[in-house]
Design a protein around this ligand. Structure first.
Ligand code: GAL
Length: 686
């Protein structure tokens, strides 16, 4: 076992001989050493000294000790639970996990403990973690007296006995490997995640338009229908920035030809027209390549042994497959004005009947096997697409249904076909522990109230997206799919249209604030959407809060679901909090029963801050300048810092960026201080 410090607060521990293909071996982003250097110096976590391992015929088993008071978070996108202390996690990419096993769209072999460290296991394997589930034999002998003295019989008492404070084990079970690298990250939950994200290369910075409202249109739409929809939004003054096209744009989509279908006779004219109305276009695709795709023959030698839906599975771990796919996307789409992609079906739907996925035993030309490829494929694709956009000096914000380790720099948001609203909210909270972004997208709605609750959630998330691939008309006109298809609108369609419009505007007013939160993600590794435990770890009350989150530094969001009705409990951490809508002041450090009508999502603003709210625009255009109206809460505290650049290129890498600091002085006057080389995109109204 070799231990090596690789950066401030990060250590690498090599056990045996690691595999050739691992997340770190395939990384495309260098670690953000400079930003890591700015964090407070950290000591080697004590757990480093307690790591033991053994090799056996089943593979490698690694153990660490774990205090039962430790709370554990991470393991990627976890929709069914947040605090993983006392649980077993089985990390396998699976689009449809039926139970709380740890599987899902984006499992990541990284966790963080309130015991002062984070740990990454550098593998693409189906690794299993037992997080303090187990004690070695004989350890309970000393507990006999305590247990026997306990006379009460009740179910909780029965199980409580088994949860006595004691030192347990973390067991990491890695099959079929001769070795692995572990990476240890020191610090609190916030610092350890920050270090993990900076080790990954820092967080992503989407273009400003990516943070606006997204609308995925009906799968059966043709060019005329998409253009009419786009015109309708502008006519009805409904802010929308991105239009997504679904499978119907391909001449063959399961698997894909990546060629326009008869429904879109003049795609280039359409793109130009929509771009001219300040819409960005995102194309649905997956990466299984149909025989009629123009690059099929060229790609064939660089694809895996088995097909998915009669299509090739490209091995993006070979430079050849990467180049073929990237060149085609650059020339055919990105250069022609497409702003991003939605990578569907890359998340191993292997439990569906028929050939929805490739088997784990698949051999790929690079030497990877199917098991590894399942964990790697989403990330390989994201890196490839990112670099295509980077070469063109355009930023993208795109979608993907699977991701993995070291994903923080990738501007892709995860989504799902699952749909439980509470789980979708939890997804936002859990994704932030492992460098992921998650979209609680609005799809089908049971009724108008369900539409509102789900719509409110997306407006306060990292991705405000409606996925209307099954309905030709906006959901605010008709939530019932059958009636929507028949063109029948709800009686109160005007009411729902108004409420949605109001929220789209709120979203647009938050854009500079959100953009600046992402800039902080990029430079400091602090996730823009995060659990309360990041900022309030000392308050043990927040350790299990999985239905509230911080959005940026100053907003606390507590979304509601249809099932909640009009009231929910909200825990507010210490200090005062202001209701975002009406300013009511709440005392923190306790739980509140909060009442909210269906058209209101509970959102709270931290005391002593300045919220840089913008006048809403309908879409972010090339020359959009935001008028910012600073809203002061309490004393205004340290104010706020807005990040400003051209909103869409990589010129910031060459220094074309500003910091706009807004503060309030003792006389109550707003002060603005701008530093940097970029042009002005914010006008501060004082
Ligand atoms: C699903 C995807 C949906 C939609 C659909 C179209 O798998 O999650 O969002 O794109 O495919 O076939």
């Amino acid at each position: 076992m070799e231990l090596e410090q690789i950066a401030n607060g990060i250590w690498k521990l090599r056990i045996g001989t690691p595999e050739q293909h691992t997340p770190v071996a395939l990384r495309k982003f260098p670690m953000s050493e400079e930003a890591l250097g700015k964090l407070a110096p950290a000591e080697l976590p004590k757990q480093a000294g307690q790591i033991a391992w053994r090799q056996s015929p089943r593979g490698l088993q690694i153990t660490l000790s774990m205090d039962s008071s430790e709370d554990i978070y991470g393991f990627g996108l976890q929709l069914k639970s947040m605090n993983q202390a006392g649980r077993k996690r089985m990390l396998r990419v699976n689009s449809d996990p039926v139970a709380d096993t740890g599987e899902g769209h984006a499992p990541v072999p990284f966790y963080v403990s309130t015991g002062g460290y984070g740990l990454l296991v550098d593998t693409f394997r189906h690794v299993e973690f037992y997080m303090g589930t187990s004690l070695e034999k004989g350890r309970s002998e000393q507990r006999r007296e305590v247990n026997q003295a306990h006379k009460e019989f009740s179910e909780s008492a029965l199980y409580a006995l088994k949860k006595n404070a004691e030192v347990r084990r973390v067991i990491i079970d890695l099959k079929a490997v001769d070795g692995v690298d572990l990476y240890l990250f020191a610090g609190s939950v916030k610092e350890a995640v920050q270090r993990y994200n900076l080790f990954s290369g820092g967080g992503c910075l989407p273009p400003m338009w990516g943070l606006g409202v997204w609308y995925r249109s009906y799968g059966g739409s043709d060019q005329g229908a998409v253009e009419a929809l786009a015109e309708g939004f502008r006519r009805e003054e409904m802010p929308v920035d991105v239009l997504g096209l679904e499978p119907g744009w391909h001449s063959h989509s399961y698997s894909c030809t990546y060629q326009w279908s008869y429904l879109f006779p003049e795609p280039e004219a359409m793109i130009e027209k929509l771009n001219g109305q300040d819409y960005r276009i995102n194309l649905w695709e997956h990466l299984f390549v149909y025989p009629a795709a123009p690059f099929y023959q060229e790609l064939k030698p660089y694809a895996g042994e088995y097909e998915v839906w009669n299509g090739l599975v490209p091995d993006f771990c070979t430079p050849e497959a990467e180049k073929i796919f990237a060149d085609y996307h650059r020339e055919e789409f990105v250069k022609k004005g497409i702003a991003g992609f939605k990578l569907d079906e890359c998340d191993n739907s292997d439990l569906n009947a028929s050939n929805w996925s490739f088997p784990d035993v698949t051999e790929f030309p690079s030497g990877m096997d199917g098991e590894q490829m399942h964990a790697a494929i989403g990330g390989l694709y994201q890196n490839l697409i990112y670099h295509v956009f980077h070469q063109e000096n355009k930023r993208t914000y795109s979608q993907v249904r699977s991701g993995g380790a070291l994903a923080a720099p990738l501007p892709f948001v995860l989504y799902s076909d699952l749909y439980q609203h509470k789980q979708f909210i939890r997804g936002m909270v859990t994704a932030g522990f492992s460098g992921l972004l998650w979209a609680p997208e609005v799809r089908d709605c049971r009724n108008g109230a369900d539409l509102l609750r789900r719509m409110e959630t997306i407006m306060f998330s990292s991705h405000a997206i409606y996925n209307c691939w099954r309905i030709p008309n906006p959901p605010w006109k008709q939530v019932d799919i059958g009636k929507n298809l028949a063109g029948e609108f709800m009686e109160d369609a005007d009411y729902y249209t108004d409420v949605c419009r109001r929220y789209h505007r709120v979203r647009m007013s938050l854009l500079p604030y959100l953009y600046s939160a992402f800039a902080k993600y990029q430079r400091e590794g602090i996730p823009p959407v995060r659990a309360l435990v990041f900022d309030y770890e000392e308050d043990t009350m927040v350790r299990n809060v999985d239905d509230e989150y911080l959005l940026g530094d100053d907003l606390l969001v507590a979304p509601m679901t249809l099932e909640d009705g009009l009231e929910r409990k909200v825990y507010l951490p210490g200090g005062k909090w202001h209701d975002f809508w009406d300013g009511t002041v709440y005392e923190g450090g306790r739980e509140h029963a909060v009442h909210a009508e269906y058209d209101k999502i509970p959102v709270f603003v931290r005391e002593n801050c300045i919220l840089p709210l913008a006048d809403p625009v309908e879409a972010v255009g090339k020359d959009t300048v935001f008028t910012i109206r600073p809203k002061v809460y309490g004393s205004g505290g340290e104010g706020c810092v807005l990040y400003e650049d051209d909103f869409e290129t990589f010129d910031y890498e060459k220094g074309c960026r500003n910091e706009v600091r807004i503060t309030r002085d003792e006389d109550g006057e707003i002060k603005v201080c701008r530093t940097g080389e970029a042009g002005k995109r914010y006008v501060i109204a004082v």
